[in-house]
Design a protein around this ligand. Structure first.
Ligand SMILES: C[S@@+](CC[C@H](N)C(=O)[O-])C[C@H]1O[C@@H](n2cnc3c(N)ncnc32)[C@H](O)[C@@H]1O
Length: 343
């Protein structure tokens, strides 16, 4: 897509909308130009978050296994664009776009068809008539625009599907809203990423209410080399290095994907360094654990973890009484680290 000149009035108006959204916000795309501006800047940044979340899902070898994609609250279609870029279109027979703004679905349809002329891209007026049994449902940056009733009905809809990939901003509120959705979807799905554990999330426990599950994407080099991004960052006062996101990837129980996460552990947050050892907070099959790793036990692992970025996957091969005695970084995790960032 060709670069268009920034329209600061539109960009500021949209940003204020997004930042202040809390519950049903109604329609807000005022013109086609709103969508063009959104797509060039905000959706691109969201796309960088999708790339990072997808790389985390790929660490456990998550695959697109559905022939239909439903992009709910599609906006300009960035979620579908990033998924298709990562997994290709071979498996996909149809993309269904849903947004309460017809301007948005039309824009997304045109954008997707320009990029994938042979792909069937449709939008519907009534989602209740669609069979979601062989569908990957996508949602991105929508939760703070929905009422509780909307969020509940969205979960009822998604629970009929085969796979769910959902990315939200990494703010406390959005991450916590996503956690609520996860808990409700749990009876129907296996969480694949970032969760290792398929139990109610320990983040819900009283002692963890100050925490929230979030990660940081690394912006691509163009964010720092292209003039329009420098200007965007300056005028909008947005630090392009900061790309926090929360996400959840889930497969229907019938896909039997539990083995993807078996034996793996995802390190949450920054490991804490002490004299001779490191403390590591880890999401494991049995919930969250706070481990010690002594330098003398496994020097290679200790050195790797010192450079850890939040969300990296490991396998602990020997653990005793809360101490990691041996382990290794999961193959593929190093690749994924290149697009993760530690602030
Ligand atoms: C912040 S935009 C995100 C768009 C896109 N998913 C992305 O990540 O770039 C939120 C989108 O959700 C849509 N939306 C908000 N409430 C909705 C609802 N109740 N039903 C359908 N779409 C809704 C808006 O029209 C808008 O396109």
């Amino acid at each position: 897509m060709e670069l268009v000149a920034p329209d600061w009035e539109i960009l500021h108006r949209l940003r204020n909308r997004f930042l202040n959204a809390s519950g049903s916000v109604g329609l807000y795309w005022e013109s086609a130009n709103d969508l063009v501006q959104y797509h060039q800047y905000f959706a691109s940044r969201i796309g960088w978050k999708w790339d990072a979340a997808i790389s985390q899902a790929k660490q456990v070898d998550w695959q697109l296994q559905s022939s239909q994609i439903l992009d709910w609250g599609c906006g300009t279609g960035i979620a579908t664009l990033r998924i298709l870029e990562a997994f290709g279109t071979d498996k996909v027979t149809e993309v269904i776009l849903w947004d309460h703004s017809i301007a948005a679905t039309s824009f997304a349809q045109k954008t997707l068809q320009e990029k994938y002329p042979n792909l069937k891209v449709t939008f519907v007026n009534d989602l209740s008539s669609i069979n979601l049994a062989d569908t990957l449902c996508l949602a991105s940056h929508v939760l703070n625009e929905l009422s509780l009733t909307d969020r509940e009905s969205l979960n009822r809809l998604f629970s009929q599907s085969q796979q769910v990939f959902w990315v939200e901003p990494g703010s406390y509120d959005s991450s916590r809203l996503l956690l609520e959705q996860r808990e409700e979807l749990l009876p129907h799905f296996n969480p694949i990423a970032p969760c290792i554990c398929a139990l109610p999330c320990p983040m819900k426990e009283e002692a963890n209410t100050i925490h929230w599950c979030h990660y940081f994407a690394k912006p691509p080099i163009v964010a720092f080399t292209e003039a329009h991004w420098a200007q965007f960052s300056k005028v909008m006062e947005i630090d392009l290095r900061s790309l926090p996101y929360s996400f959840i990837v889930m497969d229907s129980l019938k896909l039997k994907s539990r083995q993807l996460t078996a034996g793996k552990s995802r390190v949450l947050g920054r490991p804490r360094q002490y004299k001779g050892y490191t403390r590591i907070y880890s999401c494991d099959e049995n919930g969250h654990n706070d481990y010690e790793l002594w330098k003398r036990e496994d020097k290679t692992l200790w050195k790797t973890i010192k450079k850890n970025k939040s969300g990296t996957l490991y396998e602990w091969t020997r653990i005793d009484s809360g101490k990691i005695l041996a382990g290794k970084i999961v193959e593929g995790a190093l690749e994924s680290l290149k697009i993760q960032w530690e602030p």
